[in-house]
Design a protein around this ligand. Sequence first.
Ligand code: NAP
Length: 338
Amino acid sequence: MKQSGLVVAIVGATGAVGEEMRTVLAEHRFPVSRLIPLASERSAGTHIEWRGEQVPVEVLDDDAFEGVDLALFSAGASISERYAPKAVAAGAVVVDNTRAFRMHPEVPLVVPEVNPEALADHNGIIANPNCSTIQMVAALQPLHAVAGLKRVVVSTYQSASGAGRDAMDELRDQTVALLNFAEIKTDVFPRRLAFDVLPHIDRFEDDGYTREEHKMVNETRKIMGLPDLPVCATCVRVPVFIGHACSINVELQRPLDVEAALDALEAAPGLIVQRDSSSYPTAADCVGQDPVYVGRVRRDPSVEHGLVLWVVADNLRKGAATNSVQIAEALHAAGALA
Ligand SMILES: NC(=O)c1ccc[n+]([C@@H]2O[C@H](COP(=O)([O-])OP(=O)(O)OC[C@H]3O[C@@H](n4cnc5c(N)ncnc54)[C@H](OP(=O)(O)O)[C@@H]3O)[C@@H](O)[C@H]2O)c1
């Protein structure tokens, strides 16, 4: 007899995001009858903990999705490109955390607080946006609703965990090595990250921007349904383990004073607003938290109808696992999962 609840596979279950997915599924009491953790050959023979039990990690292969209702993918774009269609063919709905399908015209790219309506129309795959984009659009949407966006300029301060578990280990090892006057190894990051900041996330494109910066521009336009919105991004890696921050300059179509902006942000779902500028949120404040934190909201006097915001979130939570689980919850509530 089938247990009540859904069979949920996590592809990349041993990774930084995959581990957080498990935590969020449990915390949100998502109705899971069976959890199938999938990873590479490297994890064969290992176990993960799920609801107090040790569950063996299975090696991802073509037959891994038989009987699966929901597959949460977080093992890199090439894995999603190869296996997500197989999961859909086997009858699963896929929520994909990688860049593989985000800009595909038939794949919804969803932040549930911003464009939940996009979930109504999918072909089995729903894409989870880039981590910094998620927290930015969560804060932009309420301002757009009341005063219309005209232009956005953003600089990010992104943590090591945005590049995965090996990247966190590399930051730790570099930090320890530097403090001990030992040799520093750099494999994951393009240059030493410990005690430095790098304006370089993902590869450089021909126009001098990075692919991470392109993601923030293109994904913001798609999620917000504003294909011509001028957006300029500079993405920077900082020596922080978990939590991304963004400084966002917003130019609006219509006037909106700071108090009204704070009211709009405070009324929006998923945001925690710190009205008093001196009690700003930091990355460390957000670790292990689902919401997006907004602080230091102030006027940008350099343009007409300008505001500046400081927006922080746990990139492994709202930037990845929490947003994916919220998508699954919305699908489940709509009866769109078996
Ligand atoms: N980190 C973030 O903040 C964030 C946010 C949004 C989206 N994402 C995206 O999510 C994906 C994973 O990120 P992460 O930070 O969790 O990376 P990670 O810590 O490096 O974990 C990668 C996971 O993928 C698995 N994997 C790698 N190669 C595989 C293969 N050939 N077959 C099956 N599984 C394989 C790994 O399994 P093994 O342990 O067996 O190697 C591990 O479970 C990336 O595409 C990333 O861009 C990350």
